[in-house]
Design a protein around this ligand. Structure first.
Ligand SMILES: [Zn+2]
Ligand SMILES: [Zn+2]
Length: 133
């Protein structure tokens, strides 16, 4: 392979996917012509997520009525599995109590008790409060 030339400021010519205007930028990742188009795009994304949610609700409905195609059933099963895992994680986080003082915590011990002990136990490193040393 031939070594690439040293990077220098390159002008990228783009067409804004939101308003269709042509523009030039030196930032390779810039996709939109202006902050206002970036904001519009973000709104659109949010709207698409919203539509997706509705679509999933529709699928759940149709499943209840047994009208799903196999691929729709698969899609729904995957979505349900993800939701289930999230829910389990939330419950696990909410139901844990500090092993030493009984304070609600998302860990084996609360941060204060871990600090008192000055150590971790295998596999139970605090996820959020890891600067004890
Ligand atoms: Zn634009
Ligand atoms: Zn504690």
């Amino acid at each position: 392979m031939i070594a690439a030339p040293l990077p220098h400021q390159k002008i990228y010519e783009r067409v804004c996917p939101v308003c269709g205007a042509a523009f030039a930028t030196t930032v390779p990742v810039q996709k939109y012509c202006s902050p206002s188009c970036t904001a519009k795009r973000r709104k659109l994304r949010a709207h698409q997520r919203y539509l997706k949610k509705i679509r999933q609700a529709e699928l759940a409905d149709r499943q209840a009525q047994q009208h799903l195609t196999p691929s729709e059933a698969r899609q729904l099963a995957i979505h349900k599995k993800i939701e289930q895992t999230r829910q389990q994680n939330r419950e696990a986080a909410a139901s844990r109590r500090c092993c030493d003082c009984g304070k609600p915590t998302n860990n084996y011990r609360c941060a204060a008790c871990w600090r008192k002990r000055g150590r971790y136990e295998l596999g139970e490193e605090p996820a959020n409060d890891a600067c004890f040393f």
